[in-house]
Design a protein around this ligand. Structure first.
Ligand SMILES: Cc1cc2nc3c(=O)[nH]c(=O)nc-3n(C[C@H](O)[C@H](O)[C@H](O)COP(=O)(O)OP(=O)(O)OC[C@H]3O[C@@H](n4cnc5c(N)ncnc54)[C@H](O)[C@@H]3O)c2cc1C
Length: 224
């Protein structure tokens, strides 16, 4: 299993899965990224796991190997059962992560992490988005997931569906708010040493809305 440094340095991932690139690039610090593996990030099953969150948005699948050599494959969302609790049995290891090939024309994909400082810090909340559109900017595929907002990382299915068939370049402020409300259906954050539940909800709602502002400013999507 690769390290966060290897993942953030891989040109293929940067081009095709920017959400994972950004999550890996923002993890911990330069030193932590040298040793932090993607397997460890997933198997820790922390609700604030950065690479794990990106993989949920990407609808990755986990290939699990048991001691008898048998392999089973499950959606990553089902891998997380509770805080720091995974679906791995005693005789199993996580062998690989499988990612879907992108289909479509344009990609709008990224990772937003809110923390109490810029590095060496777990997320207060995080949002992973991986949106694919056709040439006319009609959204054909969307994966939205949230971290540090519930006992496990959540795939926001209804928010992802809400985006389908909409024009990425012309999402209105009302639509962005509606999208953010749909994401919030999956958020049940706690108050802890890093932030209150109220702050987490406010921050998450606002970063959800903001992803369409960013698109408007950029005006371009990277080619697949
Ligand atoms: C200072 C500091 C800052 C940090 N900042 C962040 C951050 O910003 N974002 C973030 O997400 N995390 C952060 N972390 C947490 C941690 O570094 C990451 O989650 C990292 O990716 C864990 O990987 P590892 O290789 O160190 O896992 P390990 O700690 O070695 O493993 C974690 C657990 O998973 C098990 N495991 C590992 N690989 C497998 C496998 N393939 N199959 C089965 N079980 C396996 C191990 O046995 C262990 O129980 C931080 C940690 C520190 C100390």
């Amino acid at each position: 299993m690769g390290t966060a440094f290897e993942i953030s340095s891989a040109q293929f991932i940067k081009e095709h899965y920017p959400v994972l690139h950004q999550a890996a690039f923002g993890l911990g610090s330069y030193q932590i990224r040298q040793v932090a593996t993607i397997g460890g990030n997933i198997c820790t099953a922390s609700p604030s796991g950065d690479m794990a969150n990106a993989l949920v948005a990407l609808k990755a699948r986990c290939e699990i190997l048991n001691a008898d050599g048998r392999i089973r494959i499950i959606p990553i969302e089902n891998f997380f059962l509770d805080v720091r609790k995974t679906d791995l049995k005693k005789n199993e290891v996580l062998q690989s992560i499988l990612l879907e090939k992108n289909t479509g024309e344009k990609l709008y994909s990224g990772y937003i992490k809110v923390g109490t400082r810029r590095s060496m810090e777990c997320s207060v909340v995080s949002l992973a988005y991986h949106i694919v559109s056709d040439n006319s900017e009609t959204i054909v595929k969307a994966g939205i997931s949230i971290g540090a907002s519930a006992p496990t990382i959540k795939f926001a299915a209804s928010a992802s569906e809400y985006l389908l068939n909409r024009k990425l370049s012309s999402i209105s402020s009302d639509e962005a708010s509606h999208f953010a409300e749909k994401v919030m259906e999956y958020a049940s954050p706690i108050s802890d040493i890093r932030a209150t539940a109220w702050y987490r909800k406010e921050a998450l709602f606002n970063i959800c809305k903001s992803i369409f502002d960013t698109f408007d400013k950029l005006k371009t999507c990277s080619a697949l």
